[in-house]
Design a binder for this molecule. Structure first.
Ligand code: FUL
Length: 438
């Protein structure tokens, strides 16, 4: 009795939302802000989103598959890493696995000698992007799926190949789709993954709640529709688990489909998605889909470059840099150095970071970043601009987190202040940036 009380007490230690901190690996991952996920497989050739596992491997026959083209297009969009769907729900493996014949080994592509995971990870490395994989737990082809223990063994063997043969993985995607009712030994799966990939960030939706480092946003529309706090309660214990926002470049389509040009998202739609994902402290995971040639369609490549240009232009001129002299502490919020931050007075729960300008600056967008290594502390804040000698509040909101974008009608100000209205302990502000929308 006494022992169980003591054990219960120790479980409760540190269970305070603002005391939970990210791991160094998760912080590093959050700094990437934007990745892409690539869907390519038998579905590409059969006009399908969810293959039923009966497709003949011979249908997989791209004539010009070029992972370097995919990676270059992702990089032009501003993505920092690529996640490749190694096996989707149809069970077809895009690498020459030794665990099943249902793979590219039995396709006509490169006479069965190709390896798309190798080519894509090599391309990512060549262009300086991170690499990750998606391995669908749900499998509509493999007969072992009906026997939970046999399938776990199979899945583990696939995972071992992916986690030991393709270098460091940035992210591992565990997709809950379709698995309703099937029980997997996720504990074992994650344990095994960690042996060769101790730093990989595991994405998992709510069905696989216990196992992820990163959580699903809950929709595929490209938006975080809530105040974004990084720490969530997992069945009674707290864990730092940031949000990933996955959404495809073509509306509702993760795989390529013929005559699908009309679903290609516009630059404005993509920028809105960026603002509502990265701009709300989350990670953007944009879905790309090579066509039956094995190339991203020209229009997609162009759109990705246009999107990247639009985001770069939005950030071309940080007006906050025109501030007058600041003390060393405040300067840290305007230096673009991710390792420095302005710290509010120790122990404070409210504070102000203020800058003045020699000449008035006109802006309609503010980007604020919290230094999160010590936890997420800012609970409520406002941005005020001094216009015509009086302070005017242009934005007021709750969580800041990794990054927070606030947009408002343009103001012309001689001074700007970030007012921390409530924070669980002193605020740590990594950057405060001001922009005029081009
Ligand atoms: C979903 C899957 O069902 C879709 O086909 C796609 O792979 C998406 C990224 O995740 O859960």
């Amino acid at each position: 009795m006494v022992l169980s009380l003591i054990a219960g007490a120790s479980l409760c230690q540190g269970q305070n939302f603002s005391e939970v901190k990210p791991s160094p690996q998760t912080s590093e991952w959050q700094d990437l802000e934007f990745g892409v996920i690539i869907h390519f497989g038998t579905n590409t050739f059969l006009d399908r989103e969810w293959g039923d596992g009966t497709a003949d491997p011979k249908v997989f026959n791209p004539t010009q598959a070029d992972p370097e083209q995919w990676v270059k297009a992702a990089k032009a969009a501003g993505a920092k890493y690529v996640v490749m769907v190694a096996k989707h729900h149809d069970g077809f493996a895009l690498w020459p696995t030794g665990q099943t014949d249902y793979s590219i080994k039995n396709s006509p592509w490169k006479g069965g000698k190709g390896d798309l995971i190798r080519e894509t990870s090599d391309a990512a490395k060549k262009y300086g992007l991170g690499f990750g994989v998606y391995l669908s737990p749900w499998d509509r082809h493999d007969p072992r799926y009906s026997d939970a223990a046999a399938y776990d063994k199979y899945y583990l063997a696939l995972l071992d190949e992916l986690s030991s043969n393709y270098g460091n993985l940035t992210e591992f995607w565990l997709d809950g789709a379709g698995s309703g009712g099937h029980v997997y030994d996720f504990k074992k799966i994650i344990e095994e993954l960690r042996v060769s990939q101790p730093n990989v960030q595991v994405f998992a939706d709510t069905a696989l709640f216990e196992y992820g480092d990163i959580r699903w946003v809950g929709n595929e529309a490209g938006t975080i529709p809530f105040q974004n706090w990084n720490v969530i309660d997992r069945h009674g214990y707290l864990r730092w688990r940031p949000v990933e926002v996955d959404t495809p470049l073509h509306k509702l389509h993760w795989f390529w489909h013929p005559n699908d040009e009309a679903t290609l998202k516009s630059v404005d739609e993509l920028v809105k998605t960026y603002e509502e994902s990265v701009g709300r402290g989350g990670q953007l995971m944009l879905g790309l889909a090579p066509d039956s040639r094995g190339l991203l369609p020209d229009a997609d490549v162009r759109r990705l470059a246009e999107f990247g240009d639009a985001v770069r232009k939005m950030h071309a001129n940080d007006l906050a840099k025109q501030h007058l002299t600041l003390d060393a502490n405040a300067k840290n919020a305007f230096d673009d150095d991710p390792d420095t931050f302005w710290s509010a007075p120790a122990g404070s729960h409210a504070s102000t970071l203020e800058v003045a300008f020699a000449k008035p600056v006109t802006f309609d967008r503010a980007e604020t970043m919290e230094w999160l290594n010590d936890g997420q502390h800012v609970q409520e804040y406002a941005i005020d601009a001094m216009e015509g000698g009086t302070w005017k509040t242009v934005a007021r909101s709750y969580a800041i987190g990794h990054k927070k974008v606030d947009s408002f009608p343009a103001v012309t100000a001689t001074k700007v202040r970030l007012r921390i209205i409530a924070s669980s302990s002193e605020a740590h502000i990594r950057e405060l940036r001001l922009y005029r929308t081009p």
